[in-house]
Design a protein around this ligand. Structure first.
Ligand code: FMN
Length: 125
């Protein structure tokens, strides 16, 4: 189980950096083309509640191994807060693991690390 992230202004990247996971488990979307391993997607929300087009293009090729999504957003966007995660979860029928605001906080980091460890274990069974 890996984590693939997309980040426009650095929040998703910084969130994962602060999670202090093994470096080889955290992959930038810009460094991969076709994926052949299970992964969790971490993505921002853009526009007026949209999935970044780079992420849409990536998922068009790589939805097979997508196991869950984490979305970042800003609560100022109200009902559209981090809605990219809801959109992807529905479209690909995979769980929305959590939403974070901007680069998340301490409790988001702890929560995500727990989720990731559990998913990693289940992946190996
Ligand atoms: C042009 C623009 C549009 C945005 N639209 C939304 C939105 O619709 N909903 C939301 O929750 N956040 C929205 N955001 C906030 C980003 O999703 C948020 O800052 C996120 O943490 C960015 O992640 P990144 O730095 O990894 O790219 C928007 C940000 C920008 C710059």
């Amino acid at each position: 189980m890996k984590i693939i992230y997309f980040s426009l202004t650095g929040n998703c990247r910084r969130f994962l950096f602060f999670c202090k996971l093994d470096e080889e488990d955290v992959i930038s979307m810009t460094d991969v083309d076709i994926v052949d391993y299970d992964y969790i997607l971490v993505t921002p929300t853009v526009g007026f509640g949209e999935v970044p087009k780079e992420v849409t293009n990536f998922l068009n090729k790589n939805s097979k191994y997508l196991r869950g999504v984490v979305s970042s957003g800003n609560r100022n966007w109200g009902a559209n807060f981090a809605i990219a995660g809801d959109i992807i979860s529905k479209e690909y029928n995979i769980p929305l693991l959590m939403k974070i605001e901007l680069l998340g906080n301490k409790s988001d980091i702890e929560k995500f690390k727990k989720i990731y460890e559990e998913m990693k274990i289940n992946d190996k069974i």
